[in-house]
Write a protein that binds this ligand. Structure first.
Ligand code: ADP
Length: 287
C-alpha cells in the first residue's frame, strides 16, 4: 500500500493516454499485485433485536479484487459493510483479513487496515483538505506532518479536487462530497476499502473515472475493495466479482462474465436480460 501515493503521483504526471484504465507492462502503480491479504467473511449473522438481517453470509475477497455487492433495497448491503468495519458487531461469524481477526482487533489497529466511506457523508464547515487529512490520523506520528500533507495533496490531485481543497464541505455538490469522502479513505492507505454506494451521486464521467481508478488501485496495490452499487452494468464492467444479496442471504456469487440472467432476475424480481454489446455484457430489463 505504500506505493499508493507514489502511484497517484505518477498518474498525476502521466500522459492522457495513460489514464484510460489499460495497464502497461509494469502497471502505472508499480505493480505489486498479490501483495495484500485475502478477506474471509465466514457465516456472518446480524440481528437487530429479534430480526435477522444477515443470515450466514460467507465469501472471500482475494487481494487486488474489486468486489461488488448488489441487491435490492433492504437486502442487507449496508449492514454487511458495517459488520465488516465493526460499526455493527455481528451476532456470530468471522471476519478475517489474512491472519488478522478484524472482530477482535482494537479500533486503532483496525484503522490502519480498513477504511470505510458511508453512503451519506456528513457535511460540515471543515475544508476538503482538512477532512482528507483526517484519513491520515491512524498513521500520524510526531514528525509526520509534512508527509501526511503531501499525501493529501497527491490524493486530491488524483481525484481532481485540488481546486476544491480549501472549500468547506458544506459548500460542495453531492458528487464532490462523495469524491472528498473517497479521498479521505484513500489517504488512510488501508489494505481493505469498504465503500457504500461510492458512485451514487456522480455523473457518468466521474463515475467511470472513479470506478477505473478503484480497479487500478486494487490491482496495483493488492488492496481489496468492497463496494455496494445499484448499477448492474457498472458492476459488470468494473468489478472482478459480484455478490448478490437477497433478504440477507448470499443468493449468488460469480465473476461478471458468469453472472446468470436468471439469478439477477430472481433477486430483483424482474425479467433481466444480458446481451453482449460491443464485447461488453450489458444488462437490461425486458419490457
Ligand atoms: P440495503 O443497504 O441493502 O438497502 P440495509 O442493510 O440498509 O439494506 O438494511 C437491511 C434491513 O435492515 C432493512 O430491512 C432495514 O430496514 C433494516 N435496518 C437497517 N437499519 C436498521 C436499524 N437501525 N434498526 C432496525 N432495522 C434496521
Amino acid at each position: 500500500m505504500k506505493t499508493l501515493f507514489r502511484a497517484f503521483a505518477s498518474i498525476v504526471s502521466a500522459s492522457p493516454a495513460d489514464k484510460t484504465g489499460s495497464l502497461g507492462e509494469t502497471g502505472i502503480f508499480g505493480g505489486i499485485l498479490g501483495h495484500g491479504e485475502p478477506l474471509r467473511v465466514d457465516s456472518v449473522v446480524f440481528r437487530y433485536g429479534k430480526r435477522e438481517i444477515l443470515r450466514g453470509v460467507s465469501f472471500e475477497v482475494p487481494p487486488g479484487c474489486v468486489f461488488a455487492i448488489l441487491g435490492p433495497n433492504g437486502s442487507g448491503k449496508t449492514t454487511l459493510l458495517r459488520c465488516l468495519n465493526q460499526i455493527l458487531m455481528p451476532t456470530s461469524g468471522q471476519v478475517c483479513l489474512g491472519k488478522h481477526d478484524l472482530l477482535k482487533m482494537c479500533p486503532e489497529r483496525r484503522a490502519k487496515l480498513v477504511a470505510y466511506a458511508p453512503q451519506r457523508t456528513v457535511s460540515s464547515g471543515l475544508t476538503v483538505f482538512d477532512s482528507v487529512l483526517l484519513g491520515r490520523l491512524p498513521h500520524r506520528t510526531w514528525n509526520s506532518g509534512r508527509t501526511d500533507e503531501q499525501k493529501v495533496r497527491d490524493v486530491l490531485a488524483r481525484l481532481d479536487l485540488t481546486e476544491k481543497a480549501l472549500r468547506p464541505l458544506d459548500t460542495l455538490s453531492g458528487g464532490e462530497l462523495q469524491k472528498a469522502a473517497l479521498a479521505r479513505v484513500l489517504a488512510q492507505e488501508p489494505r481493505l476499502i469498504l465503500l457504500d454506494e461510492p458512485t451514487s451521486a456522480l455523473d457518468w464521467k466521474n463515475r467511470t473515472e472513479i470506478l477505473r481508478l478503484l480497479r487500478r488501485i486494487a490491482r496495483e496495490d493488492g488492496v481489496s475493495i468492497l463496494l455496494t452499487i445499484h448499477d448492474i452494468n457498472d458492476a459488470l464492467r468494473h468489478a472482478d466479482r459480484l455478490l448478490l444479496l437477497k433478504n440477507g442471504e448470499a443468493a449468488a456469487e460469480a465473476a461478471p462474465e458468469d453472472m446468470a440472467e436468471t439469478r439477477l432476475s430472481e433477486v430483483y424480481g424482474l425479467p433481466i436480460r444480458i446481451h453482449e454489446i460491443q464485447g461488453m455484457r450489458t444488462a437490461f430489463v425486458q419490457e
